[in-house]
Design a protein around this ligand. Structure first.
Ligand code: ADP
Ligand code: MG
Length: 260
């Protein structure tokens, strides 16, 4: 049986210490970045020296970007927030992603009305959705369709799941795109921290490892189906909080597009 979430969640400690570590490294990076920049100003006509200093500076900036993601991850984990209501989380994630979402991408949400809240927090749920939405966007530079679905998982599906899911009810959350897809080698590495196929400065390779951590720590499961040139689907099963608790569906509003 899955343990109830309580004070002694071990991953909270690791989140707290990863925040400390990230701060520490951030402080060490600051002089690397600013002093290499200063040194560039004094390098004069020495082309080679400029090349070396540029490399130092760029690495420092890149490392700082990664550390920012790590810090953000740690903050999300430590944050206290109510159980995640699916409709609200989908709504806020889409809202957060909207400014960088091109008009060539059509968004559809198909949410079964009246779903129970999931046991991971609202902040975690929004973070999961946002990371998946951003990846879907990046995978559709020519446009396409982003479909977000949520429905309750049948007992049969739960028993047939790859990983042993606990007792109780689950919802199945799906984020699907019609983008580039990925080959098998890429698919197998997507959850690895720092694995990215995106250009330097745009991807840190942390998004999906964050997603994986949140889902697994929350007693859920995640898998990815993808076909090159066809698109990608992330399928997430999450345990729901007992009915009547906070975070339960409070309204039947549907987000963006056709809905259920
Ligand atoms: P990042 O987005 O910073 O690269 P992620 O951990 O979010 O890091 O994703 C890791 C890699 O997985 C991406 O660089 C990409 O190669 C692949 N990937 C993730 N989501 C998708 C998707 N929806 N379609 C195609 N490839 C994806
Ligand atoms: Mg990403």
């Amino acid at each position: 049986r899955r343990k109830r979430r309580g004070r002694s969640r071990p991953w909270r400690r690791s989140a707290a210490s990863s925040a400390g570590l990230a701060h520490e490294i951030n402080n060490l990076l600051q002089p690397v970045i600013s002093l290499s920049d200063l040194a560039r100003g004094r390098a004069g006509e020495d082309r080679k020296l400029h090349t070396y200093l540029n490399a130092i500076h760029d690495s420092g900036v890149k490392a700082r970007t990664i550390m920012r993601d790590v810090l953000q991850f740690a903050r999300v984990e430590v944050a206290e927030s109510p159980p995640g209501n699916l409709e609200e989380a989908v709504h806020s994630a889409l809202e957060l992603a909207a400014p960088s979402m091109p008009a060539s991408i059509e968004t559809r949400a198909r949410l079964e009305p009246g779903l129970n809240a999931v046991t991971i927090t609202a902040t975690e749920l929004t973070q999961v959705l946002l990371n998946l939405i951003q990846n879907a966007r990046d995978a559709m530079p020519q446009g396409g369709t982003l479909t977000i679905g949520a429905r309750s998982l049948s007992l049969r599906e739960r028993d047939a799941s790859r990983r042993q899911l606990g007792e109780g009810d689950y919802v199945r959350l799906t984020v699907a795109d019609t983008g580039t897809g990925m080959d098998e080698a890429t698919r197998q590495r997507v959850f690895d921290p720092f694995f990215t196929t995106k250009p330097v400065g745009t991807g840190t390779g942390l998004g999906l490892s964050v997603v994986y951590g949140i889902v697994r720590n929350g007693g859920g499961d995640i898998l990815v189906e993808s076909a090159p040139g066809r698109g990608t689907s992330f399928i997430i099963d999450l345990p729901t909080a007992p009915t009547g608790g906070p975070g339960q569906t409070t309204h039947g509003m549907l987000v963006h597009g056709e809905g259920a």
